[in-house]
Ligand binder design. Sequence first.
Ligand SMILES: Cc1cc2nc3c(=O)[nH]c(=O)nc-3n(C[C@H](O)[C@H](O)[C@H](O)COP(=O)(O)OP(=O)(O)OC[C@H]3O[C@@H](n4cnc5c(N)ncnc54)[C@H](O)[C@@H]3O)c2cc1C
Length: 440
Amino acid sequence: MTGSKISYCGGSVPVLWEGDVVVCGGGAAGVAAAVSAARAGRKVALLEKSICAGGMLTNGLLPSIIHMTDGVNMLSGGICKEIVDAVSEKMVVKPLYNWHNIHPEPMKRVLDDILLGAGVDVLYNMHVFDVISHAGHLEAVLASGVAGKQAIRGKIFIDATGDGHIAMLADAPWEMGDANGHTMAPTLCTLFERVDFERRPPDYRYAGSGRKEWREDTEKGVAPLPEHHFVGFFRNGPTSGNGNLGHIYGTNPLDPISVSKACIEGRQQSEIYLNFYRNRVSGFQQATLAATASQLGVRESRRIIGEYIMTHDDYVCRRRFTDDIGCFAYPIDIHAAGANASEQQNVEIQLAQTRFKDGEHYGIPYRALLPKETENLLVAGRCISCDRAVQSSIRVVPGCMITGQAAGNAAALAVEHQVELRQVDIKQLQQMQRNQGIWL
Ligand SMILES: Cc1cc2nc3c(=O)[nH]c(=O)nc-3n(C[C@H](O)[C@H](O)[C@H](O)COP(=O)(O)OP(=O)(O)OC[C@H]3O[C@@H](n4cnc5c(N)ncnc54)[C@H](O)[C@@H]3O)c2cc1C
């Protein structure tokens, strides 16, 4: 506690922390942002509403980190690679940079270690609910935790909440979903135990997928749910794996009632999928449901409008920008919003059609991290400034970590040189990214 107070809503709130860079949200993007800013010598706080870092990587029971390379170049060789290397060591497996299955428990420890090792002041169990700002300049964020309302003051703020929550509170413009505001259906991921992998094909990535059996049941009309885009189950331990199974169609990720219903429906679905695996997929007869995710797997919500909006055309043209902070190559992967079968089936066709050739990629301009109508705020992760097609590509973990790392480095440069975020020396930022393993 700093001992000082800040005016808020006609009263005052104690200031818990004061420093250079405040990162809100401790998922893939937030960890990368906090670590890079702290390693650059800045005093950094990371605020996370749950009690561990990782977001989808831990609480979300995400099965895999995919597409770190473009088939030739290691695009996200920075903090993302460090994390994959460290978690694979704990899992006693070889790191696979284009498809690394992860277990949430070793991941939690890896993220604690990397944050503390970088000197980040980690503030778990702190939900940011408001900002104090004047004409686009953020002075502090307000967070709620066990001690009640507290303020966290900084010079630069980074919104890595996935939902663009802080940018929205700071009155940055945003958009969401398709022309009707519909978003990709979320999934509540699952952790299964007691799988007998001896009875599965010897392929680590797909062992136990279940896709074939689900397709057969769908064709026969006996599948227990109307699911035509079956992602699957991915091994992450001697007898365990995470399921990215099913979709909760019709969910509005920004409506608390809809989100609550989705969490309940997701838990109902998890039992249905467990029974399907037990009855239909060899090796799963004794499987148990060890956990359902404690974070709903939201694929898209707000896209914050920044100084540049990356577009489908940029993707198709593999466009590069003078202010690129990294490059990415994952295909366009828009999951359907509703239960319509043809819409769902299109997802896999589109995925295949928008795959680049090896060595091809598109650039991510720094301007996509700079929300309009704000001064000292950056966005990182799945809520950066892009259209829906690009969001569906860049939202995977390595893409989020490239933008997180850039946001942390840009914040560090702005503080060091006492300049506005829009005046940061791009060449210097790009050199930092390169030096830290990001391909440019
Ligand atoms: C079902 C599903 C399957 C996926 N499959 C893959 C896959 O196989 N491979 C892959 O690479 N990617 C996959 N993705 C995409 C990827 O997991 C996410 O898009 C990515 O992890 C998002 O990272 P993020 O840091 O932007 O957000 P998140 O991981 O959501 O992190 C945001 C963090 O901010 C915190 N937070 C939010 N609001 C606040 C607040 N107000 N105050 C404090 N803290 C807050 C949250 O608790 C969370 O920890 C999948 C996504 C989903 C939903």
